[in-house]
Design a binder for this molecule. Structure first.
Ligand SMILES: [Zn+2]
Ligand SMILES: [Zn+2]
Length: 137
């Protein structure tokens, strides 16, 4: 994973993205707060985001955002490779754009609420597993 100072261009709408520092995870997430509300995660950031997803949601809530088409091919803002739409879970509820070169992931704003639920469910499951085993992981 690398956090660059470089300002990324939103792969969905072409606006400049803003670097947002997450309070708990302590890394930078690129958010499209002047355009479509999309969020770009570096390799593995999405897996590690946890409760900070709510911080991002709150940050975007008061912004003036516009809708973008999901149909267009997105290009990875980091390494410029074409991104591939990939399901995030076996339930196939949410499709996000993934870059298979650098591992970057782009989440549309309307998918944020859905993925938040998934993150919480995953988090809860992990908590239960720890409880059952009686061992920290
Ligand atoms: Zn955008
Ligand atoms: Zn990439």
């Amino acid at each position: 994973m690398r956090d660059t100072e470089e300002i990324l261009t939103c792969p969905a709408c072409g606006e400049k993205m803003t670097k947002l520092r997450t309070p708990n995870s302590d890394f930078f997430i690129d958010v499209c707060d002047k355009g479509c509300g999309g969020i770009y995660f570096d390799n593995r950031e999405l897996e590690r985001i946890g409760d900070d997803i709510e911080y991002i949601e709150e940050f975007l809530e008061n912004k003036t955002l516009f809708n973008v088409s999901h149909e267009n091919q997105r290009i990875c803002p980091d390494c410029k490779a074409p991104m591939v739409e990939t399901y995030t879970s076996p339930k196939k509820e949410i499709k996000i754009d993934c870059c298979h070169i650098c591992g970057g992931k782009f989440l549309d704003y309307d998918e944020l609420k859905k993925i938040k639920k998934q993150i919480h469910e995953g988090f809860m499951k992990k908590m239960l597993e720890i409880k059952n085993q009686g061992l920290p992981r």
